[in-house]
Design a protein around this ligand. Structure first.
Ligand code: FMN
Length: 149
């Protein structure tokens, strides 16, 4: 199984990127986790370019198409996922091979649960069904995690 890992942080010392690199190192036999390092090169999403995207976007989309699943980790910036991750997902919205791609989200900080939940919702096929609806808030919180107001 070939998994493409996406970090929403461009920081060299990003703990989310480090988490994904750890996942790559710990991947069991038969599974390859590759951390994609090209999100910084994606231009800002423009629907006018969706059908004939810039080369960096075409490359990103081909890597997504080739992957069996995506693994996403993003920090919380201003109560949402980062602009880097939002921009990447915007480029995938109308990209057909992404439509039913399995996606897992994880985060290095429990405070980022809500944005990541929204991120998972964005990744779910449309229209939502009981099988692809993101877990309810309570299922995302570990029993010992700190609740946010
Ligand atoms: C511009 C900016 C906005 C942030 N906004 C939030 C926020 O709304 N909520 C929060 O809990 N942390 C916020 N943080 C803290 C980051 O989410 C936190 O430092 C995170 O661990 C960074 O992830 P990284 O190490 O993968 O880069 C913000 C950080 C920055 C730089």
């Amino acid at each position: 199984m070939n998994i493409l890992a996406l970090s929403g942080s461009l920081r060299a010392a990003s703990i989310n990127s480090a988490l994904l690199r750890a996942a790559a190192r710990l991947a069991p036999p038969g599974m390859t986790v590759t951390v994609f390092d090209g999100l910084a090169h994606l231009s800002l999403f423009n629907p006018d370019l969706d059908s004939d995207p810039p080369a960096a976007v075409a490359h990103f989309r081909s890597r997504v198409a080739d992957a069996d699943a995506l693994l996403i980790a993003s920090p919380e910036y201003a109560h949402g996922i980062t602009g880097v991750m939002k921009n990447a997902l915007d480029w995938l919205v109308s990209f057909e091979p992404f439509a039913h791609k399995p996606v897992a989200v994880l985060n290095a900080s429990p405070r980022a649960i809500m944005p990541m939940r929204r991120c998972a919702k964005s990744c779910a096929p449309w229209p939502p069904s009981s099988s692809n609806r993101p877990p309810s808030r309570s299922r995302w919180w570990a029993p010992d995690s700190t609740r946010r107001a």
